[in-house]
Design a protein around this ligand. Sequence first.
Ligand code: FES
Length: 193
Amino acid sequence: MSDREIIRPVREKEGTNVTFSPAVLEKIEKIKGRYPAGREKSALLPILHIAQEELGGYLSVDVMDYVASLLHIQPIEVYEVATFYTQYYLDPVGRHVIEVCRTGPCAICGGERISAYLAKKLNINPGETTSDGLFTLKEVECLGACGSAPVMQVNTQFYEFLTEEKIDQILEELRAQGNEDKPEKSKWIEKFF
Ligand code: FES
């Protein structure tokens, strides 16, 4: 059973005080301002991406509650969105989140083999993170690039027409990056402006 096939219990409150920096809050207000008054919920998806990136790498209950308060909506409205999309993480993840498509077209074109190869190379199962915290492996549904199957997404980057040789090369490049921070220009906060 995948982690999306059940309603995930939200984590216990951790008692942390989460808040965006003033600079990020300013940008959040600009995103909210793109929608009519009373429709702040329309800004939920981009703000969740930013929250995930800026507030610890995953959406804890405290972070989701904070987002709900910013948008003047109920926490459950945030939980139901965050638990639906695989791009939102409800638990801590590695520096590089590898999402391999397991839907029909990719599966027919070798997606299952690619996923098994990644699991073997990383020595983890789908849903797990490597002990060095560098990689999390996930199997997800259609990534919308079926014509380039088999496909995977690593963080915000797509990789298409995958082969075992390509996987070796991609892992090598990602390992070389280590745990260094994302470049500013590839952060979600920059993508929305
Ligand atoms: S089936 Fe894999 S991207 Fe659509």
